[in-house]
Design a protein around this ligand. Structure first.
Ligand code: SF4
Length: 755
């Protein structure tokens, strides 16, 4: 990938001077995260320090990765920018839409058929705009990225929460929404609040059944699902250097489960080994030349408490294997306490299914450690009691594991090898159950275990552990089995014990693959046509949003006054709607259907002011749109919290809502609204929320003098003829006001391209 090496060399060429400038600006030695962040400022070198947890900073990531579900809208939006090519190297990965039902080959065929129009669209748009395309079956985004694109000291964004997996190769890798990916591909800055830093010092060395997965399972227990919010978790210490790069990747991957912005390890020999093993010796050589800047300054390691906002220490030599769950990844149980917890909580002790692999745990090392356990079942005459599935993270791993006999070892104990895709991890899984609502237990080596995540059944108790522990428990078919202390009865009635797992970090004969599933884009894509059928119900080309009309906005109807929590899920529900992610008109039929109407306390029932009748929110809004009337949505505190899903901002914009007026916004949603050309307003006096009445007609005044820091004015015309007026605040800066005036941020880029 020569293209990448050029880009990486450019990053390294600037690294030293940018780090030194940052050191001067900050006025003290720097952590690794600070070195990478400051060397990726959108404006280049800095003379300014940014306060952690406070300052909003513009960054210039090196690369973008997108999975197939989120890529659709990101790329449809990118087309609006009018650029001939993406501004930074970008890739698309077809992994989320493959259902696990029978086995790899059959499932992949079915998926290719079922999702043909989506895959054709993604392949053609990638080809046109210079984006690398990883076909269905090539692997899961994060495994493919760590094998091919992650590099020490780099910065990337990805449209998936587990993008931080690339931190295993020393990269700041952050999960974002499609709108952010679109901005970076279009050449815009990417904004992030300067994260706080959590330092985790790893001492000692893993042994026996303990693995890298247990580090993050333990960390999740300490920090809980919220403990990493707004923070980068930086691992260091001799224990960190003893972990393989892919083990580090597992730890960083699951940093998402503690809410961390991302997680990272410093560049070391293990990373160099992995780069060389995956045909990237040139990158290892380039990294070696700048390695002092690919780790924190020595003063930081000598006195970490002075440099990190929070410090945790874990001794790997004492770390027990952990099992976390059910229903939340931060309920952490050391293996020795787990059987007791199962009994005391009355969780189903019988294990139905053990699932290994996924983007979290499907390295060659994971496969060999699990296979060393599986092989013992055969050798010791044990019959595997639970169902057992294996999800390789990439074709490179799958092919190599097959060549080395590992997949056969799994199959010999009844394992079913699934497609190199997300499958059961994202609920794309057909369970073979007598009663699909039955209370039951499963254990996975994946990362998430919220209720219904894997199979849609709220009674499925999902636990998370390392793949070797999952394999051992699948053999036992019993959640209370502790492979470190307990024996199993074999087919001959003898008591046998499983030995500790043995793993190999890199394949002795190297990695091998026949067809990795990569499709390079055309050098010149100008003649390539983007394939979207006009009759498709899953994909729809976007039309630019109209610019502001240049006047105050009068006569808006109140669409809904939402009461209490209104997350992006309430605004644009997930679940069955996911399949319409690439079709703005169709997915808009879920707009605000989860929001509670203040006036009747019901969801999806609002008054249509044109008829006086109550109807579903999207239908009422469509009636206003058809009548050429705009509307306004009123909300409460922290409106739009949750995911960064841009659909939650695009849908109201598309259906003709002109403004969202709330007590307060979740910041990402507020920014998303601004990007789509919407007005995102907050009550100057939160009590004015109470003045809004169900039949109100509303004006927004002051737009002709719209300026940063200057409030706008709301006028309510009540049904009884009375009026109320009050000021509303906004946080638009000059550039964002231009977005509003142009109708959307992308309209500005397109105008510049055409100028
Ligand atoms: Fe997300 Fe699971 Fe797929 Fe990983 S395997 S990318 S966690 S859905």
């Amino acid at each position: 990938m020569a293209f990448d090496l050029d880009m990486i060399q450019r990053v390294y060429a600037n690294l030293g001077k940018r780090v030194e400038a940052a050191r001067q600006a900050v006025g003290k030695p720097l952590t690794l995260s600070e070195k990478i962040l400051y060397s990726h400022l959108f404006g280049g070198e800095t003379t300014q320090a940014f306060e952690r947890g406070k300052a909003y900073v513009d960054f210039a990531p090196d690369r973008v990765a997108m999975q197939d579900a989120t890529a659709q809208m990101a790329l449809l939006q990118f087309m609006q920018a009018g650029r001939p090519q993406v501004a930074v190297p970008s890739t698309v990965h077809c992994d989320h839409l493959i259902q696990a039902e029978v086995g790899a080959v059959e499932d992949l065929d079915i998926a290719k058929n079922k999702n043909k129009e989506v895959y054709d669209f993604l392949a053609s748009i990638s080809n046109k705009y210079g984006i690398g395309f990883w076909k269905p079956g090539a692997g899961i985004i994060h495994q493919v990225v760590i094998e091919n694109y992650a590099f020490p000291g780099g910065m990337m964004i990805g449209t998936d929460s587990h993008t931080p997996n690339a931190g295993g190769l020393g990269m700041i890798a952050i999960g974002v929404g499609g709108a952010d990916a679109c901005d970076v591909m279009a050449g815009l800055a990417w904004e992030l609040k300067m994260p706080k830093l959590i330092g985790i010092k790893l001492t000692g060395k893993l042994s026996g059944w303990a693995s890298a997965k247990d580090v993050i399972l333990r960390v999740a227990g300490i920090l809980t699902v919220k403990g990493g919010t707004g923070c980068i978790v930086e691992y260091f210490g001799e224990g960190a250097e003893s972990l393989s790069a892919t083990g580090k990747g597992t730890i960083c991957n699951m940093g998402a489960e503690i809410g961390a912005t991302t997680s990272i390890f410093a560049y070391d020999e293990k990373m160099a080994d992995y780069l060389r093993a995956t045909s990237r010796a040139d990158i290892a050589d380039a990294a070696n030349a700048v390695k002092a800047d690919l780790r924190a300054d020595e003063e930081v390691y000598a006195d970490p408490a002075s440099y990190y906002d929070q410090l945790i220490e874990i001794n790997l030599s004492e770390l027990e294997p952990h099992i976390n769950g059910p229903f939340t990844p931060d309920l952490a149980w050391p293996l020795s306490n787990f059987a007791k917890a199962v009994k005391e909580n009355n969780w189903p002790a019988k294990l139905d299914v053990g699932l290994i692999g996924s983007c979290t745990n499907s390295s060659y090392e994971d496969m060999t450690r699990s296979a060393s356990v599986a092989a013992q079942a055969t050798a010791k005459n044990l019959k595997t009691k639970a169902e057992f599935t294996v999800t390789p993270g990439s074709e490179l791993v799958r092919f190599t594991a097959e060549r080395d006999g590992l997949l056969t070892t799994f199959e010999e104990i009844g394992g079913v090898v699934l497609a190199n895709a997300c499958g059961p991890c994202i609920g794309q899984w057909a369970r073979h159950m007598d009663d699909p609502t039955r209370k039951n237990s499963i254990i996975t080596s994946f990362n998430r275990n919220f209720a219904k995540r894997n199979d849609g059944n709220a009674s499925t108790h999902a636990f998370v552990a390392s793949p070797e522990i999952v394999t051992a428990l699948a053999i036992a078919g019993d959640l209370t089995f502790n492979p470190m202390t307990d024996t199993l009865t074999n087919e001959a009635g003898e008591q046998v014990k499983l030995d500790e797992p043995q793993g190999i970090e890199q394949p002795l004969n190297g990695y091998a693959v026949d067809d990795a599933g990569y499709q390079a884009p055309a050098e010149d894509g100008s003649g390539v046509q983007v394939l979207v059928s006009p009759t498709s119900d899953r994909l729809q080309l976007l039309a630019p949003f109209a610019p502001w009309e240049g006047t105050d906005i009068k006569g808006l109807k109140l669409l809904i006054k939402a009461k209490g929590k209104c997350t992006t899920d309430h605004i644009s529900m997930a679940g069955p709607w996911l399949k319409y992610r690439g079709h703005l008109d169709n997915i808009s039929n879920n707009m605000l259907i989860g929001a509670v109407n203040f006036y009747n306390e019901k969801t999806n029932t609002v008054k249509n002011q044109l008829t006086g009748e109550y109807g579903e929110v999207p239908a009422v809004q469509r009636a206003y749109k058809a009548a050429g009337i705009g509307s306004i949505v009123v909300g409460d505190e922290n409106y739009g919290e949750g995911s960064s899903r841009e659909h939650a901002a695009m849908e109201p914009r598309f259906l003709g809502v002109r403004a969202i007026l709330v007590r307060s916004f979740a910041r990402i949603h507020e920014t998303n609204l601004k990007k789509q050309g919407m007005l995102a307003l907050t009550f100057a006096n939160p009590a004015d929320y109470d003045k809004i009445q169900e039949d109100d007609v509303i004006d927004i005044d002051g737009l002709t003098e719209f300026a940063p820091g200057r409030p706008l004015e709301i006028v309510l015309h009540h049904a009884d003829g009375s009026t109320d007026e009050f000021p509303v605040n906004h946080t638009y800066n000059e550039g964002q006001i231009e977005w509003f005036k142009a109708g959307a941020a992308l309209n500005i880029i397109r105008m510049k391209q055409n100028a």
